[in-house]
Write a protein that binds this ligand. Structure first.
Ligand code: PMP
Length: 425
């Protein structure tokens, strides 16, 4: 668009190339499931800001809470108590699985991952935390010790970067990261036999119940239950990164609720702030209490405006039963995708709830990544914004607001069908 070209010409010369607008849209406004670009063009937003807008853009209750708090006090600092932080601390504790939970407030997901690594070390006296193949936990130095992607790790030299990723058994229909298809559909001997698992210096494991950045890969049913048992036997902590999966997205309040497993520590972020940055480590008092005063603070942690938004987000999620809605909507989406018949194309619907991926398992084009790039471009031309993911870029990601209507879900699949067939609407 002309407006995008003007913006890009202003930004690009002075912005580091680490981020880029490869989807070709400049967003200026959002309401509910819709966003608008500089030219006033409307889109159905399947990205929800990387899964942040669980209640849609500018949800009235969240917006009102932000505006009221902003008018009072935007920022004081972690050194001071503040009513908004107190309210969110109390409110978040009511949805956590421990009788005596504690919360360590952070600003971004990556920072909370850094913090959880420190907590795990302080609580166990051991040093190493293991991640899983396909896992994503952020790109700061500590987080990169558990993020699997070797290219992301390549820039970091001050941390051990090799040999820390365990096999990730995936649900049927998914492709296990880093392994031949067909293997790894259950918790297996391959994890138990892994040289890193069970080492004397292993403080714990960090795992996603659905790998978001890894391409909407859902863990094999039973994986968490097995991990719970085996980590407990070894005195290791089971750490769940619920930054993406948390707050209803997978069809339950947290991903671990599907297996009725009690994790040792949970990392939270994204949806909690309703669009503003707030993140946290949560766990029982005996673990969170292990980190000494002043060992993890940051200027903007538990920002009052983000905290006020967080209380509203949790209230709406619970009163309107959004996690259950996400489960029903996710199933509708999967059923619609499975019913699609496109010559030369084979699709797999993967993921869980409204953390769904449409994996192009076979395409007319032998380069499936190039094929899906064309598909998301044609979807955008037809007014639907989606991002791609997965190791080969062959997964189109559906992480819309949890309150997306049936009509919008159906629309998204109709637009997908047209885009797969090669015509823009
Ligand atoms: N963990 C997971 C599971 C994530 O999805 C992300 C962000 N995509 C992060 C950690 C890092 O969070 P942030 O980008 O807020 O630092």
């Amino acid at each position: 668009s002309p407006a995008l070209r003007v913006l890009a010409a202003r930004e690009s010369p002075s912005m580091a190339a680490t981020i880029g607008n490869d989807i070709g849209v400049a967003l200026t406004r959002g309401r509910g499931t819709r966003v608008w670009d500089e030219d006033g063009r409307e889109y159905l937003d399947l990205t929800a800001g990387s899964g942040v807008h669980a209640l849609g853009h500018a949800h009235p209750a969240v917006l009102a809470a932000m505006q009221a708090q902003l008018a009072e006090f935007a920022h004081g600092g972690w050194q001071f108590s503040c009513p908004a932080r107190a309210r969110l601390t109390e409110r978040l504790c009511t949805v956590l699985p421990w009788p005596d939970p504690m919360i360590l407030w952070c600003t971004t997901g990556s920072e909370a991952v850094e913090a959880v690594l420190k907590v795990a070390r302080a609580a166990t006296g051991r040093r190493q935390v293991l991640g899983f193949l396909g896992g994503y936990h952020g790109k700061t130095s500590g987080a990169l010790t558990v993020t699997a992607n070797a290219a992301f790790r390549a820039d970091v030299t001050e941390v051990p970067v090799a040999g820390l990723s365990l096999p990730y058994p995936v649900a049927p229909g998914h492709v296990p990261p880093g392994a031949a298809p067909g293997r790894g559909h259950r918790f297996g001997q391959e994890i138990l036999d892994h040289p890193d698992f069970g080492g004397a210096d292993v403080a714990g494991l960090i795992v996603e119940t659905v790998q978001g950045a890894g391409g909407m890969q859902a863990a094999a049913p039973g994986l968490l239950t097995e991990l719970r048992r085996h980590t407990a036997e070894r005195g290791q902590l089971l750490i769940l990164d619920e930054i993406f999966t948390g707050f209803g997205r997978t069809g339950a309040m947290f991903g671990f609720c599907h297996e009725d497993v009690q994790p040792d520590l949970v990392v939270l972020g994204k949806a909690l702030g309703g669009g503003l940055p707030v993140a946290a480590v949560a766990g029982p008092r005996e673990l969170l209490g292990a980190l000494a005063p002043l060992r993890q603070t940051s200027t903007f942690s538990a920002n009052p405006v983000a905290c006020a938004a967080g209380v509203a987000v949790l209230d709406v999620l619970q009163t309107q039963q959004m996690p259950a809605r996400a489960a029903v909507a996710g199933q509708r989406l999967v059923d619609a995708v499975r019913a699609l018949q496109v010559p030369g194309v084979r699709l797999e619907a993967i993921g869980r709830g409204l953390m769904t991926g449409v994996r192009v398992a076979q395409a007319p084009d032998t380069d499936r990544g190039a094929f899906t790039r064309g598909v998301v471009r044609r979807m955008r031309e037809a007014g639907v914004l989606a991002l791609r993911g997965g190791a080969d870029g062959a997964v189109i990601k559906w992480t819309p607001p949890l309150n997306i209507s049936d009509a919008d879900l159906d629309l998204s699949v109709e637009v997908l069908a047209a885009a797969l067939g090669g015509q823009a609407e």
